[in-house]
Design a protein around this ligand. Structure first.
Ligand SMILES: [Zn+2]
Ligand SMILES: [Zn+2]
Length: 256
């Protein structure tokens, strides 16, 4: 197959080389990486040390909460939400340096950054994640139309990495998004809650039945997507669902 005068394998190889070269610069601050000082991964040591880890997150939705302002029932952001999932972990808030890192991860050849961020999540939250003792790990699915228009499937990269860390089976196709809906990020919170109605369904009831499931995604904002996916898993026989995301969106819009 020929595209623009180059064969597809050639284009793929060229893309891979460009991808490697791109990591000579930190994807967050664009500073040139100096080895071995920045040998810790694809991100420079300065940026790595500035990742803002939420110190006392809400156990239910992972939003920042003081040590006494959230419990298993939730925090001011989630207490009135009727989530189908039980608990959430995240590295921190979807803003600043973390947001820039995630954007780089969602771009072409960004898998290595997504894996690096997932390892930071594991580093800080492995105690909780291990204590949840999930049976299987899955990821928020993307409708096929979105799969062909986005650079990579972030939720799947994160889920696969976490499943390996937890030594649990990864079932990326356990859920499918059966109806296309507007991207959540383009909508205001009230519209987000109305969007995505009944768009997720379980593909294999035998896999989910009586299992505790860890559902993975890159960002959780209103929690609507995670809720709908969890609802589909519970309706499909899962015992319970917990959520792991890299970042929690709690900005001005999200808080309304
Ligand atoms: Zn940097
Ligand atoms: Zn909360």
């Amino acid at each position: 197959m020929r595209i623009n005068g180059f064969t597809t394998p050639f284009r793929k190889a060229a893309g891979a080389v460009l991808g490697v070269l791109a990591y000579n610069r930190c994807p967050i601050c664009r500073r040139e990486l100096s080895r071995p000082k920045d040998a810790s991964g694809p991100v420079c040591g300065d940026c790595a040390s500035k990742l803002d880890i939420t110190p006392s997150p809400c156990p239910r939705c992972a939003a920042p909460a003081g040590p006494y302002s959230a419990d298993e029932q939730g925090c001011r952001l989630c207490a009135r939400e009727n989530y189908a999932f039980s608990r959430t972990v995240a590295i921190g808030v979807h803003e600043g340096l973390q947001r820039t890192a995630l954007l780089a991860g969602q771009a072409s050849h960004g898998e290595v950054i997504l894996e690096w961020l997932t390892d930071r999540l594991w580093e800080r939250r492995c105690e909780q994640l291990s204590a949840w003792n999930c049976d299987i790990v899955t990821a928020v699915p993307r409708h096929w139309t979105r799969r062909i228009t986005t650079a990579n499937n972030a939720a799947e990269v994160i889920g696969r990495r976490l499943a390996r860390r937890l030594d649990r089976p990864f079932r990326p196709n356990l859920l499918s998004q059966t109806r296309w809906s507007k991207p959540q990020a383009s909508l205001r919170p009230t519209a987000r809650r109305k969007n995505l109605g009944d768009t997720f369904s379980i593909t294999d009831h035998r896999v989910a039945r009586d299992r505790t499931v860890l559902l993975c995604d890159d960002v959780m904002t209103t929690g609507t997507t995670a809720h709908r996916c969890s609802r589909a898993l519970l309706d499909g026989g899962a015992k319970s669902v917990d959520v792991a995301v890299l970042l929690r969106g709690v900005g001005r819009l999200e808080a309304t």
